[in-house]
Write a protein that binds this ligand. Structure first.
Ligand SMILES: NC(=O)C1=CN([C@@H]2O[C@H](COP(=O)(O)OP(=O)(O)OC[C@H]3O[C@@H](n4cnc5c(N)ncnc54)[C@H](OP(=O)(O)O)[C@@H]3O)[C@@H](O)[C@H]2O)C=CC1
Ligand SMILES: CC1=C(/C=C/C(C)=C/C=C/C(C)=C/C=O)C(C)(C)CCC1
Length: 297
């Protein structure tokens, strides 16, 4: 019980309610994203479940509607492995919503065999970083118009093993599925810090998160990880516990002063030296813009 308690700490104690607020959660059909969306709906927000599989999303939306009594839980198609789908999602959202107060960039893949997105990006960097980078860029004006608003990027402790190899960003020279995940999670933190610097004074703030080690479907691509997760399933966090730090960053009043920080167990957490490197963060921003056809400013 002591080990379990140690590995599962961090509870979002905010009592903030969200009537009239609008939230988007990516990868909300399962795991941490589903629990995050459920809690936002429980607090009265209109919540968009941005999912690549709309059918799975609809089942979860129905479940959340029944559990929370909030009918404003909507599903929209978003495949982060395809920039056309990201642009279509953003276009639809911007046309139907006046506001966006909370964007939770939660979706993620881990340890996939080498594969590429529709636009030819390596899958981890493509989905976990570039997909969310483009999505945030397309929704940024709406976030600014809705300020105070927040962007939460779900990263990982695994970023400590990550490096941004600009000469091998797409893993074409060498590739390791585990490390590719770590690199993409480092990119999530660098993106958060650079975004925070650029958004200073706009009323939009951003945070990166390590959710803890969580019993979810993330380990689906690795037999070894599935086995470790199964063996330690009693000790690791449930998805509901894993959602706490994302919720803390989305909801806690007064957190604006910690704009750009990284959080774990609902506390500010240390990041690696690479993750604090402003030069790398700025270069990654520019390279990401280039790859996505976004004008570099
Ligand atoms: N679980 C853990 O121990 C940890 C998790 N994290 C991070 O937490 C986040 C949530 O992961 P978790 O809930 O654990 O994992 P899950 O695998 O349970 O959930 C991941 C979600 O991302 C979605 N997704 C994957 N690829 C795409 C895509 N191309 N387009 C849109 N959505 C996509 C999945 O959709 P679908 O169901 O259709 O595949 C699913 O909804 C991730 O960013 C992960 O890196 C960080 C540290 C530890
Ligand atoms: C060895 C060991 C563990 C394994 C931890 C691992 C392997 C964590 C990996 C985390 C990842 C991949 C995070 C995703 O971003 C547990 C389960 C904590 C239980 C105690 C012993």
């Amino acid at each position: 019980p002591q080990i379990r308690k140690m590995l599962s700490s961090g509870v979002c104690t905010s009592t903030v309610q969200l009537p009239g607020k609008v939230a988007v959660v990516t990868g909300a059909n399962t795991g941490i994203g589903k629990e995050t969306a459920k809690e936002l709906a429980q607090r009265g927000a209109r919540v968009y479940l941005a999912c690549r599989d709309v059918q799975k999303g609809e089942l979860v939306a129905r479940e959340i509607q029944i559990m929370t009594g909030n009918q404003q839980v909507l599903v929209r198609k978003l495949d982060l492995a395809d920039t056309k789908s990201i642009r279509a999602f953003a276009k639809g959202f911007l046309a139907e919503e006046k506001h966006l107060h909370i964007l939770i960039n939660n979706a993620g893949v881990m340890m996939c065999p080498y594969s590429k997105t529709a636009d030819g990006f390596e899958m981890h960097i493509g989905v976990n970083h570039l997909g969310h980078f483009l999505l945030t860029h397309l929704l940024l004006e709406k976030l600014k118009e809705s300020a105070p608003s927040r962007v939460v990027n779900v990263s990982s402790l695994a970023h400590h093993l990550g490096r941004i190899h600009f000469h091998n960003l797409q893993g074409e020279k060498f590739y390791h599925a585990g490390l590719a995940y770590c690199h993409s999670k480092l990119a999530n933190i660098l993106f958060t810090q650079e975004l925070a610097r650029r958004l200073k004074g706009s009323g939009v703030t951003t945070y990166s998160v390590h959710p803890g080690t969580v019993n979810s479907e993330l380990v689906r691509h690795s037999y070894l990880m599935r086995w470790i997760w199964w063996l330690f399933s009693f000790f690791i966090k449930t998805s509901q516990q894993g959602a706490q730090t994302s919720l803390y960053c989305a909801l806690t009043e007064g957190l604006e002063v910690l704009n750009g920080n990284h959080f774990s167990d609902c506390h500010v957490a240390w990041v690696s030296a690479q993750a604090r490197n402003e030069t790398v963060a700025r270069r990654l921003w520019d390279v990401s813009c280039d790859l996505l056809g976004i004008p570099v400013d």
